[in-house]
Design a binder for this molecule. Structure first.
Ligand code: HEM
Length: 380
């Protein structure tokens, strides 16, 4: 139990008597040494999804006050919120833009960790937890998009769950579980809603807790420097004195606060210039000419257009496995060839494929070389 100090105010003494917190532990955490390279914002990109998650929670709670997860009422409730409720359009637009920026921020953070090699021993586990965070963020996007229940979101849910059903062994079960029947309907909407406001936030919070615990415990990877011994890493005062580190508080905390304010300004601007819109309500009898998922699924969508279904699904599975187990694959590659350029080359190739397919779907909506590819498949 913490002992009240003679100089403490009455209020502080009151709390110290009742709340058994070791203030020194917090002081220690606040002074944690951060390597100097983290002064540059692109290294500190992990804080951005954290801020966005806060904004998504705050705006999401407000949206839930109005949203009704029933096929006959969902669209109308979103329309009411957008058109009638004071600042409803702003809340909805902020939520939508924050969701999109969250995916961008997580992908940028992933690439910064990748290209700085910060996933290497002893941070392999944190990389894998990070992959869990990425998949959860995508799960948020998929379930959230469907909730609006307009033509786009209805058909995206129908096609998305239909594709998931093709996954060997578990696909059929997964599809029935998500749909709660054969087609997108009443059960689907309530299940998507439960996932979006209950399951994913819980999973994300738990994974984030583990992620933060690990990177605070292991310390931020000191890029380009030799690995500290356990004793050196515990000597925070010595690390700070070396001039190669700076304290988390106030220095790094200020960087994160400035980033958070900038994000709020950018989100507000985006919401004003491009507010979240609505297309006509879902019509199960009328398949729209162009069905497209959210942009962060364009990559998979293009793979499905490029390759026969089974091959495309197989490729996706292989890519997911490579991503999750990359720290171990990288180690094996380094041991085999001892060439430091192999990993960045893999990363650049991955980035090029991801960007190429995403932009191709975004700008053309069709596959370049489609004719050529069909002829190739047909052996002509
Ligand atoms: C909701 C998503 C995520 C959040 C909020 C988050 C947050 C953070 C934060 C605040 C840091 C401290 C360093 C920094 O700011 O860059 C960090 C480090 C780290 N993250 Fe993430 N992260 C997320 C997703 C990911 C993903 C998708 C990966 C990779 C697949 C990943 C892998 C790592 C690793 C390996 C570190 C340690 C890096 C180092 O020591 O320099 N994280 N994360």
């Amino acid at each position: 139990m913490p002992k009240p100090d003679a100089q403490d105010s009455r209020l502080v003494r009151w709390f110290k008597e009742r709340v058994p917190l070791q203030i020194e532990v917090f002081e220690q955490l606040a002074k944690e040494p951060i390597p100097n390279h983290m002064k540059r914002w692109w290294y500190a990109l992990g804080g951005t999804p954290l801020v966005l998650f806060g904004i998504l929670l705050a705006t999401g709670i407000c949206l839930t006050f109005y949203y009704i997860p029933e096929p006959g009422k969902a669209y109308q409730s979103v329309q009411y919120l957008t058109e009638q409720v004071y600042f409803g359009w702003y809340l909805r637009s902020m939520h939508r833009w924050a969701a999109n920026l969250m995916v961008v921020a997580v992908i940028l953070h992933l690439f910064r960790v990748f290209f700085t090699g910060a996933y290497r021993r002893p941070r392999e586990l944190n990389w894998m937890i990070g992959c869990g965070l990425l998949f959860t963020v995508l799960g948020f996007g998929f379930t959230g998009y469907a909730l609006v229940f307009d033509q786009l979101s209805y058909w995206a849910a129908q096609v998305g769950t239909g594709l998931a059903a093709k996954t060997p062994l578990v696909g059929g079960f997964f599809q029935r579980f998500m749909l709660g029947g054969e087609v997108v309907g009443e059960n689907t909407l309530s299940r998507f809603f439960v996932f979006h406001i209950g399951v994913w936030p819980t999973v994300l919070t738990a994974l984030l807790g583990a992620h933060i615990f690990l990177f605070r415990g292991l310390g931020i990877a000191d890029i380009g420097a030799k690995q500290l011994s356990a004793a050196e890493a515990r000597d925070h005062a010595g690390m700070l004195k070396s001039g190669r580190y700076f304290p988390f508080f106030p220095n790094h905390a200020m960087t994160e606060i400035v980033i958070a304010l900038a994000i709020l300004i950018v989100l507000t601007q985006l919401s004003i210039v491009w507010p979240a819109s609505l297309v006509p309500p879902a019509d199960p009898l009328n398949t729209p000419a162009h069905i497209q998922p959210e942009w962060y699924f364009f990559f998979q969508f293009q793979l499905l257009k490029l390759f026969p279904e089974k091959l495309a699904l197989g490729l996706q599975l292989v890519m997911v496995l490579i991503l999750v187990f990359w720290p171990f694959i990288d180690r094996a590659l380094l041991q085999r060839w001892n060439n430091p350029w192999i990993s960045p080359a893999f990363g650049l190739a991955g980035l090029a494929v991801f960007l190429g397919l995403t932009l191709n779907e975004a700008f053309h909506g069709y596959v370049l070389f489609d004719d050529w590819y069909q002829r190739l498949l047909a052996g002509r």
